[in-house]
Design a binder for this molecule. Structure first.
Ligand code: NAP
Length: 277
């Protein structure tokens, strides 16, 4: 029997740590699978998925810039993928394409399990309104913070995003707001940078006044590009965190979707940090 085949599709994809993470998950859980990278040409996502399925692929992770297209291909969507309008995990069940978004639950797991912060009752600032922010807002709301303020360079996108989540927020008793980014003057218990500012080498797009001593400040970016945000947060008394924990936790959730087994993510995160140090 050949090992079950999975991949990550993206453009670029060379930098992806997913093959390493899933190979380690498979070793630790005794699962027989092979996980490869697929560089997909822009405009070629649907064809790449078709070819991968024809090759025997059982599922794939989807990264920039295809998370929206992967949702359009799905025949079945989880509620969190539907709310995000983006998916990072596909599973091929016969003729069916099942799509999920594990980014948000990955971030919330990293904050709760690895950073040890309970989001319930907290004030949260989510910076950004792109694919990553769309993926994390629903699971953030489900963690029942007191309020979530979504601030984005283009305010209209943040307004759309909170509009889509208003019923969920009401259900969980969470206040939502989307002010102009330069109008954010309060401080927060948790600040999440879900913009591409770090990737672009740009300044953090909010004033340092959003931080107070002990604020948990997370950038979804990891590696050297996250250092500017980490230094900014630490300089202002916050507890800084990069996106590596989210990366491993979203992968663990995808592994669960595919294999029905939850891998030991904290161990794999520690090993990955040691490998990258
Ligand atoms: P995206 O859909 O392209 O959205 C980009 C977002 O960043 C938008 O809100 C955009 O604002 C904002 N932005 C871009 N450049 C900016 C700048 N110079 N200053 C202020 N805001 C800026 O990208 P995405 O998929 O959301 O990804 C965002 C980040 O999350 C990336 O760094 C990605 O690597 C990271 N990520 C990490 C994980 C993980 O597992 N750790 C998972 C997913 C994503 P406008 O709306 O105004 O354009």
């Amino acid at each position: 029997m050949t090992a079950d085949l999975y991949c990550v599709m993206g453009n670029p994809v060379e930098h992806s740590k997913s093959p390493w993470i899933h190979a380690r998950f498979a070793q630790l859980t005794g699962q027989d699978l092979r996980y490869v990278r697929k560089l997909v040409p822009l405009g070629g996502f649907a064809q790449a998925v078709q070819e991968f399925r024809a090759e025997g692929g059982r599922g794939c992770n989807v990264t920039v810039p295809f998370k929206f297209e992967s949702t359009a291909l799905a025949t079945r969507l989880t509620p969190r993928a539907r709310l995000a309008q983006a998916s990072n995990t596909l599973r091929f069940d016969g003729a069916e394409v099942f799509a999920d978004n594990t980014d948000g639950v990955g971030l919330v797991s990293d904050i709760a399990r690895n950073a040890g912060v309970d989001l319930a009752g907290r004030d949260v600032l989510l910076i950004g309104a792109g694919g990553a922010a769309a993926g994390v807002l629903g699971p953030l709301i489900e963690a029942r913070p007191r309020r979530v303020v979504v601030a984005n360079r283009t305010q209209a996108r943040a307004a759309l995003l909170i509009g889509r989540h208003s019923a969920l927020a009401a259900q969980h008793g969470v206040a939502l707001a989307a002010p102009e980014i330069q109008e954010v003057h309060d401080d927060f218990d948790v600040v999440i940078n879900a913009t591409a500012s770090s990737m672009a080498g740009a300044a953090v797009p909010v004033a340092a006044g959003v931080l107070k001593p002990g604020t948990l400040a997370c950038d979804l970016m990891y590696g050297p590009a996250a250092q500017g945000f980490i230094d900014w947060a630490a300089r202002h008394g916050a507890v800084a965190r990069d996106g590596l924990g989210m990366l491993v936790e979203q992968a663990a959730e995808a592994f669960l979707v595919w294999r029905g087994v939850r891998p030991p993510s904290a161990q794999v995160l520690a090993e990955l940090r040691a490998t990258l140090a």
